[in-house]
Design a protein around this ligand. Structure first.
Ligand code: SF4
Length: 724
């Protein structure tokens, strides 16, 4: 029926790329061609799509798809991947995991999953590992993009709660974008800001970014701060606001704790504006202008992304931003608040189900015994994980060290995307059992698999995703599953059942969603008000038809006086937070430089990020000729004077090397790079003629609180590439 509807009227679904979560209408033509249009009824995008979303129809063909299960088989002393039955593949995975758990304990196995997964997939993966296998060794590539925001929210608000919504960006008088090339990475949000600026030119936009990106074209003020100096800047702002009578004393008194310590820490280094400007390498007058605008405008949204999160002090950076909003009481009201914009389509849905190694489902905590008991009771789980598991970087180091002997990688390509990516290769080469579920047959990671499991892709699978503003939307199937591909939640359930576990007899995605929604209301006596702040109970009990008809809605779901279920645009409107006393916390943040300094051997600072028209490791966007036109190959963007200094010219191939690895890319100028730093995109992989995995260069340094890697700074050298 779904496929028939897709041919006649199109299917309403959600874009699988960034965390904006745009609604898409996909229509399958008579020739099988998929036409893509924006969903005019979807609140995120009101019919608009960016170039990546518009090209989705070019990415759904079967070229390169993994269509059948495969296993590494030995014949005449030679090993090769061969097609096998689902039964054989599932038995191999279940038996392999079970025997390693029996011999070495539950922490000897791991899952590494992805913000590309649907919430239902994420839920089952976490239930299997944390409630049945009994280990929390399940982490996600979302660790790489927003875990510092999660940790910052938890410290400030008592739970990982995003207070604002997209509309707040349009209602604000001052929008501050920190570490976010919104124009390229969240294009529809940027278009929404641009439209408001056209109609309300007095609305001000400040962009804080070491690079002069496309986002700066709209900015009233660009602050090209020194990479990593954000805490200096926001501690300076906190101090400035306190000294210039911009604090909301009533809000601070009634709704927060910890101001004195935060202010003392801020004033220690950042009370003097000239000193802050020097630490951030900014023009003091520009810095003063920003501080004055922030003080003068009541409606301020400070939106931040990977430039803040991907740092060895990412969590402190997040809290230094939140501190300024708490001091001024600018939170929980229209047009104001700190706003973490997530990179992936379902990073937020993953957080709902405890998709990080230190979390439990329904925003409960692994290190809280009452939370563990609550989830165990609900699941009737035989063996709950008792402590947080290994975070992404630590996980692959534990594999190389032999402590983790089996890993199941789902919908992600860590051999390209993790820092110190050559170490990931070494780890997988040593690992006893590597299982990979993917839609693509040949990726850098799949090359290490002992078992390959074909997964359904976008347009084929059914379930939900949650955007950066907490809006749950349906991803709906409109294409048949190709070959023998199955849904990820289904594959996970089938392995769980073969391992002998009850509790996995789901036959449709809506049943999984229902269990997830019921768990959100099951908590009893946990942190203050958390049930009120994250609650999907209004969405429980949906049958197939109601699940199919589910309209985009922002959690928490509340029941109105007339019995109607409705979503919630903003959190903390009543000034109550999720800490036990109902108050938010200021966090004392101390500025720290990136962990590894540049030196005479590695004199340049490597910054990594996205380009406008590609997504992650290009396994899907790489198929679209239209998208390839924008940037056809990887590059190293550097300042012309640095190029001169290091003996390279625009257009020539250069070798870029760090203490962890090297790659080759073509030199270019014009990306708004400051002297002393370079920029290389994250997308290119090792499948091309030259290995262009920038992950191989990135230092495996992580934030001590969140475990998020420092992708925005690695000391490197650049030199002319010579063929050996
Ligand atoms: Fe997709 Fe993000 Fe573009 Fe929207 S802005 S169409 S969600 S990639």
């Amino acid at each position: 029926a779904g496929q028939l509807a897709a041919r006649q009227h199109g299917t309403l679904t959600t874009c699988p790329y960034c965390g904006v979560g745009c609604g898409v209408r996909a229509t399958v033509g008579g020739d099988g061609q998929v036409d893509i249009a924006g969903d005019e009824s979807h609140a995120s995008n009101a019919g608009r799509l960016c170039v990546k979303g518009s090209a989705l129809g070019e990415t759904v063909d079967l070229e390169g798809r993994l269509l059948h299960p495969q296993m590494l088989v030995e014949n005449d002393g030679r090993q090769s991947m061969q097609r096998v039955s689902w039964d054989a593949a599932l038995d191999k995975v279940a038996h392999g995991f079970r025997s390693i758990v029996e011999q070495h304990g539950p922490d000897a196995v791991a899952l590494y999953v992805s913000g590309q997964l649907l919430t239902e997939d994420y839920y089952i993966a976490n239930k299997l590992m944390k409630g049945y296998i009994g280990s929390a060794n399940i982490d996600t590539n979302s660790r790489l993009c927003m875990s510092s925001a999660v940790a910052g929210h938890k410290r400030a608000f008592g739970a990982d709660l995003v207070p604002v919504c997209y509309e707040d960006l349009e209602l604000a008088d001052l929008v501050v974008l920190v570490g976010s090339n919104t124009a390229w990475c969240h294009p529809i949000l940027f278009q929404r800001i641009a439209r408001i600026k056209e109609t309300r030119p007095q609305m001000k936009l400040v962009v804080i970014d070491p690079r002069r990106t496309a986002t700066c074209e709209l900015a009233d003020l660009h602050l090209p701060l020194k990479a990593g100096s954000d805490v200096w800047l926001f501690n300076g702002l906190l101090s400035f606001l306190a000294r210039h009578d911009a604090a909301d004393a009533g809000f601070v008194e009634a709704h927060t704790n910890g101001l004195a310590a935060a202010l003392e820490a801020a004033e220690a280094d950042c009370a003097d504006l000239a000193a802050v400007a020097k630490s951030c390498k900014l023009d003091p007058q520009d810095l003063l202008t920003f501080y004055e605008w922030f003080a003068a405008n009541e409606k301020v949204v400070t939106a931040f992304s990977q430039g803040v999160n991907q740092s060895s002090s990412g969590t402190d950076k997040v809290n230094s931003i939140i501190n300024c909003h708490l001091l001024t009481g600018r939170i929980g009201k229209e047009g104001m608040g700190p706003f973490s914009i997530t990179g992936q389509p379902n990073a937020m849905g993953g957080r709902e189900v405890g998709g990080l190694a230190n979390m439990l489902a329904a925003h409960m905590e692994l290190d809280n015994p009452r939370h563990r008991q609550t989830v165990q009771d609900f699941w009737q789980a035989p063996r709950m994980a008792e402590r947080p598991g290994l975070k992404a970087v630590d996980l692959f180091q534990a594999i190389e060290a032999g402590r983790v002997k089996a890993v199941w990688i789902i919908a992600t390509n860590p051999v390209v995307s993790l820092p110190d990516a050559d170490q990931v290769q070494r780890a997988l080469a040593k690992c006893e059992l590597v299982v990979v579920s993917d839609i693509i047959e040949k990726t850098d990671t799949n090359a290490f698999a002992h078992v390959l499991l074909p997964a359904m892709g976008w347009g084929e699978k059914d379930g939900t995703v949650t955007s950066s503003e907490r809006r749950i939307s349906r991803q709906r199937a409109f294409l048949p599953a190709p070959g023998e591909a199955r849904a990820d939640w289904q594959i996970l359930c089938q392995v769980a059942q073969r391992m002998g576990y009850a509790g996995f007899d789901f036959s449709a995605a809506h049943q999984v969603f229902d269990e997830h929604a019921r768990l959100s209301a099951f908590r009893n006596g946990d942190a203050f008000g958390l049930r009120r702040m994250f609650n999907l109970a209004g969405l429980s009990g949906l049958g197939q038809a109601a699940f199919d008809a589910l309209q985009p809605v922002q959690w928490p779901i509340v029941t109105t006086a007339s019995g109607e279920k409705q979503g919630t645009a903003r959190l903390f409107a009543d000034g109550r937070f999720a800490h036990a006393d109902g108050k938010a916390r200021f966090v004392a943040t101390v500025p720290r430089a990136p962990r590894h300094a540049t030196d005479s051997e590695y004199p340049l600072s490597l910054n990594t990020g996205r380009v406008r028209d590609q997504w992650h490791t290009m396994t899907r966007t790489g198929k679209s000729p239209k998208l390839a036109d924008h940037v056809p190959e990887s590059f190293v963007d550097m300042h012309p004077q640095d190029a001169l200094l290091y003996g390279v010219r625009e257009g020539m191939l250069a070798r870029v090397a760090s203490r962890w690895g090297s790659m080759v890319a073509r030199v270019q100028h014009g990306g708004g790079i400051a002297r002393g730093s370079i920029f290389v995109p994250i997308h290119w992989n090792g499948q091309s003629a030259s290995d262009a995995r920038v992950g191989a260069l990135v230092n495996p340094v992580v934030d001590p609180v969140s475990g998020e890697p420092e992708f925005k700074h690695t000391p490197v050298l650049v030199e002319e590439f010579r063929v050996a």
